[in-house]
Design a protein around this ligand. Sequence first.
Ligand code: MTE
Length: 335
Amino acid sequence: MLIKTDRQGVNHPVPSEITGKGVYENRRTLMKLMAGGVAGAALASWASREALAQTPGNVTRPGKLAALTSTPSRLAGALTMDKLTDYKDASTYNNFYEFGTDKADPAQNAHTLKTSPWSVEIEGLVKKPGKYALEDLLKLSAQEERIYRMRCVEGWSMVIPWVGYSLSELIKKVEPMPGAKYVEFVTLADPKTMPFVGSRVLEWPYVEGLRMDEAMNPLTMLTFGMYGEVLPKQNGAPVRLVVPWKYGFKNAKSLVKIRFTDKQPATAWNKAAANEYGFYSNVNPNVDHPRWSQATERRIGEDGLFAKKRKTLMFNGYEAQVGQLYTGMDLKQFI
Ligand code: MTE
């Protein structure tokens, strides 16, 4: 996400170190096993391997996802065959403004975030409101690993294996009322543990929102882990949203509240700059950001001097799964 001081070009990521051979081969083996349909067991043992407790370059990894169950089903279209982004890049080049606005800040500062105990409040137009403990959310549905592209509005992208389940599983369990048209996602704003809460970059807490049919789309994921392990704090532990056809800022981190409402939620970036960040924020190469083109992207890890930019795909490549949600809407108007 960009604030108005132009940070583009200043914040180039540190070029990733080459993934260690052992780590790389473990990943390849896992992917082959997944293709063969035995992903659950493979993921569990893979995640617990000590060899993976550290990445090259000594990035501390949070360890295995204790409640990770199995990955019995794989959604058509949820996978991408693109090369995975290096774990090190995915966990050290982040946007999490509660911990600072520089890409390196979250990895450095987020250790203060207290992720246990944790609960998510479900409220608003819903038949089963309440405070749901993280442990119960983890067990609510079988978890799967899904490899999704993530395209940030700033013009870079990553490919990340997320662990979680479709948000629709939770929504069905809590039974929204017929009047519920939108879902609002509220994230933690704790000035004691989040040094930038209180800064004037954004209004806190960081809030995001989806229309009900977007929230119910099977691609929308309630996410607890990545690369077979629990989410690192800088990536939004212990639970976040991943909506792969929208710009990365829709992926609200460290969720504490999910509210069902009849009104379109006022989202953090829309409140900060409505002409630049709309409610929908679907990835769309044909609609420029007022200050830059959205036609191409830089894939993190491919950023050598001569690396070509990639063409950005409509709905980030997920048009077949989500295009119908926007039939009849002028996507130049509804940004
Ligand atoms: N969630 C919160 N609570 N605070 C944030 O600043 N940044 C968003 C999104 N979720 C943000 C957030 C933006 S701009 C992006 S691109 C993604 O998180 C980045 O997710 P990642 O760091 O895991 O790649």
